[in-house]
Design a protein around this ligand. Structure first.
Ligand SMILES: Nc1nc2c(ncn2[C@@H]2O[C@H](COP(=O)(O)OP(=O)(O)OP(=O)(O)O)[C@@H](O)[C@H]2O)c(=O)[nH]1
Length: 421
């Protein structure tokens, strides 16, 4: 993150012009608003937007030549250095549009999202995955792209030349080199994926129930995590503040300790290669005991977004994991009104957080038991499952042993048979 903040402080945002083709397939205005926020998240400022309503794209240049002339003029007048198209473009479309705009650099929505993911990646695996996704997407589009993206903080971090490819200009990006880099990245990632599986197994052994927060970007997942566990995860009013899953320990009212996992936020029309690239990140959700689907109570599209969230989760083999829906940001003016059947929360004011915790306790209740035990002094090791995977509420060293009152996981119950009080 510090790298990003340095860039934000040092340089003014790159001015860009947004281009969109409105075929009536989705809410174009809303999509452009999201694109503008994406630009902001990548240190770019949208100074104008040019939209054309038409059923079929113009051959080669997508928008009509008159529209592109209009865009070219607006870009020149407003000092835009780059045009961002709200959709996916092929390599030749990028070249053609760039030519029609007098050589202005052209990028597309997917590239922008991939670049944001790359610059926000925290873990080594996240960095490699994002670089791989970006290189794979850029490879057939090398010509026609310029430097606006590469100026947004390429390089740095990620061990030696590990990230050079993603930050270079088109001239430096020799196809052969990119191919070799893609192969090397894919190989390293396969290795890491294997190790990741092993660490998941290790986590499963610790036995703490896992609860993951999933949902669209900016709905307040990191804020909820902070409000529930105390501050520590970076939070920003920009998209994609979270790239890698972050886990924190959360103590429920019953005393049960759970691992709360924050996952990467979804975006509308998530590019296919991006889903692939982040599959292992989203798969965290598949390893949970409970999935909390977070929606923005003030967003009109919340139900559609929840449906997309479910679709993605279903593709990740999560069908049998209980889901809890939380409508966050209920403090916002115009948010949903109170309904006893709906779990409304505000990470900002703390409203509903107690109910959320109680609900988690209820959903996980069959996972734990409350016990009173007296462990003889030669059996003190048995206290470990209660200390590490449950919680100790009363602890007294007595003449005949250690007296404990607390919570243990159901699968640990057998350790205490024979010592119950
Ligand atoms: N009014 C209000 N704003 C909130 C609430 N929760 C979060 N926000 C704001 O919403 C913005 C996004 O919050 P985050 O917690 O970063 O959202 P996220 O879902 O983790 O986003 P990604 O990391 O992009 O997936 C921030 O500006 C928060 O301050 C809330 O309950 N009420």
């Amino acid at each position: 993150m510090s790298e990003l903040y340095d860039i934000l402080v040092e340089t003014p945002p790159t001015k860009v012009i947004l281009l969109a083709l409105d075929q009536g397939l989705w809410d174009c205005e809303r999509s452009l608003a999201e694109l503008s926020a994406l630009c902001e998240a990548n240190h770019m400022e949208a100074v104008a937007q040019v939209t054309q309503k038409r059923q079929t794209p113009e051959t080669g240049i997508v928008l009509g030549s008159g529209k592109l002339e209009e865009a070219s003029l607006a870009a020149e007048t407003l000092g835009a250095e780059c045009a961002v198209f709200d959709g996916e473009l092929t390599g030749s479309q990028i070249r053609n549009i760039s030519n029609a705009l007098g050589g202005l650099e052209v990028i597309d929505r997917t590239m922008l999202i991939l670049e944001i993911f790359r610059s926000r990646a925290v873990t080594n695996e996240g960095k490699l995955q994002t670089e791989l996704a970006l290189l794979r997407y850029r490879l057939p589009r090398l010509q026609g792209m310029g430097e606006a993206l590469s100026r947004q903080g390429g390089g740095g971090g990620g061990g030696g030349g590990a990230r050079r490819g993603a930050g270079e200009t088109k001239l430096e990006l020799d196809r052969r080199h990119v191919h070799a880099r893609i192969d090397a990245l894919a190989e390293k990632l396969a290795e890491m994926e294997k190790r990741r599986g092993e660490s998941r197994k290790a986590r499963a052994k610790t036995g703490m129930p896992v609860v993951s927060l999933v949902g669209y970007t900016n709905v307040g997942k990191s804020s909820l995590m902070n409000a529930l566990c105390g501050p520590s995860v970076a939070e920003a009013d920009m998209l994609f503040a979270t790239l890698d899953p972050t886990s924190r320990k959360l103590i429920l009212p019953s005393g049960m300790a759970v691992l709360l996992v924050d996952t990467v936020g979804f975006v509308s029309r998530l590019p296919h290669n991006l889903v692939e690239a982040f599959k292992s990140t989203l798969e965290e959700a598949a390893w949970s005991d409970v999935i909390i689907r977070v929606a923005d109570a003030g967003d009109e599209q919340r139900e559609e977004q929840l449906a997309v969230t479910d679709e993605v989760l279903d593709g990740l083999d999560c069908a049998d994991i209980p889901r809890l829906t939380v409508y966050n940001k209920c403090d916002k003016p115009g948010a949903m009104s109170f309904d006893p059947d709906i779990l409304l929360t505000s990470a900002k004011t703390g409203y509903g957080l107690d109910t959320l915790l109680a609900k988690l306790d209820e959903m996980l209740s069959d996972r734990v038991h409350t016990l009173k035990v007296l462990l003889p002094y030669d059996k003190l090791g048995l206290a470990a499952p209660m200390r590490e995977r449950g919680s100790v509420q009363v602890e007294e060293y007595r003449e005949d042993g250690l007296y404990l009152e607390g919570i243990v996981k159901t699968e640990d119950l057998h350790y205490f048979e024979g010592y119950l009080v």
